[in-house]
Design a protein around this ligand. Structure first.
Ligand code: HSE
Length: 401
């Protein structure tokens, strides 16, 4: 029997217990031994819960129990999750986590600690919820030189953008509706400002590069400036507006960013709607592959945590190879990256815009008093200079593909 502990009996933690209970027989078979949830750590009591007698409030009960070999950290946040995880690893107990903030901030240190102590720090659930993406990058895609990842990595913002498009609704109204339905947090900043997707692409980029891509070096721009009329233009252009998290090798260097983009109908991410996530990976041998599914939610995320538990159970005393060094990865200034831009300006600025941006493609206006166009490919720096020279714009959205 393999004894495990779950840290944090919230949505994901209770999901971990439910997944193990529901699929007990097949999970035990695949793990090679029965998985027993011995402890649940939480500040609260859970009277009437079938697992109430497993609940403890002191982490040391778990850390000091030699029978516990695997810990699921589903608490979220940096502390005390970091200290608990580090201390568990130092005692040779593997940690399986859904905590993207902790993985993005301390991934290399915790991976190294696991290596030093012949155990594992695994984090399949930290990106894309239930979608298998960490394990494919770490094992199935190892022959590849992966030169680009483009993902829809945040369900909340994808839901909001989908609803704004379908219902011709504005951002504030859809956000409120999403909060009322429980799809968006009461404090939605991390999602709508792109920080959550930024942490996730920092994790994927680090795995692809084998070096540490710091979240602070990922350019992030959220969806709060997207207006209802932008979707009318997108439809006219047979495109969709999506919050993309991407990392790319270019001839000028490597960069990672999160921002709203217009993507054409033929793009594999075009039809990824609502709360779904997808990760589109390009490797130099395989070409394109895509990983799609539920990027959040209790059972999908818990299923990914349990997949890591099974992996740990299959490798007792052994560290599963994961390349993510503490050395920082050089990341390009976003100003030097190149692309086309969709732009809306006031009609009164049309002549200035046409003069400043040579070779624009006009887009049929979808709102009174404005002129819309697509620029040729240029660097972000050139674009910012030209826009500043005409006194700004109503909105601009980057274009992908
Ligand atoms: N807030 C995240 C999302 C949850 O909306 O995708 C999953 O990481």
């Amino acid at each position: 029997m393999i004894h495990i502990a779950v840290l944090g009996y919230g949505t994901v933690g209770s999901g971990v217990v439910e997944v193990i209970e529901t699929n007990k027989e097949s999970i035990s078979k695949r793990a090679g031994a029965e998985i027993n949830v011995k402890y649940i750590l939480d500040l609260r009591e859970f009277p009437g819960d079938p697992y109430e007698n497993k609940v403890v409030h002191d982490i040391n009960i778990i850390l000091d129990d030699p029978e516990v070999s695997i810990i699921c950290e589903t608490m979220g946040g940096n502390e005390p999750a970091f200290t608990f995880s580090k201390n568990a690893l130092l005692k040779g107990k593997s940690v399986c986590t859904s905590n993207k903030e902790l993985v993005a901030n301390h991934g290399p240190e915790l991976i190294q600690t696991a290596k030093n102590n012949n155990c594992n720090y695994l984090f399949e659930a930290s990106v894309g919820g239930g979608i298998p993406i960490i394990r494919p990058l770490n094992s199935s895609l190892t022959p590849e030189k992966i030169d680009a990842i483009t993902g829809i990595l945040n369900g909340t913002t994808n839901y909001i953008l989908t609803k704004m498009d379908e219902d011709d609704a504005n951002f504030d109204d859809v956000l409120k509706e999403a909060q009322d339905k429980g799809y968006a947090e009461r404090n939605p900043e991390a999602d709508v400002e792109g920080y959550d997707a930024g942490r996730k692409i920092a994790i994927l980029s680090s795995l692809v590069k084998g070096k540490n891509v710091k979240f602070e070096n990922v350019y992030t721009e959220g969806i709060t400036k997207i207006e209802t009329v932008d979707f009318a233009y997108a439809r006219k252009l047979k495109m969709a507006v999506k919050l993309l998290a991407m990392c790319k090798d270019t001839e000028d260097g490597f960069y990672a960013m999160v921002a709203p983009f217009m993507i054409p109908k033929g793009h594999p991410l075009y039809s990824v709607s609502g709360v779904f996530n997808a990760v589109y990976v390009h490797g130099n041998m395989l070409g394109d592959s895509m990983y799609y599914g539920r990027g959040a939610g209790k059972l999908p995320t818990a299923s990914a945590v349990v997949s890591d538990v099974i992996d740990c159970a299959r490798h007792p005393g052994k560290t599963i190879t994961c390349f993510w060094d503490e050395q920082d990865m050089d990341v390009m200034d976003i100003a030097d990256t190149k692309r086309r831009f969709f732009v809306r300006v006031s009609n009164s600025d049309k002549d200035k815009a046409v003069a400043a941006f040579a070779g624009i493609e006009e887009v049929e206006s979808q709102a009174a008093g404005e002129f819309a166009f697509i620029t040729p490919v240029m660097t972000e720096r050139e674009f910012d200079e030209k826009i500043a020279s005409i006194g700004g714009c109503k909105n601009r959205i980057r274009m992908e593909g």
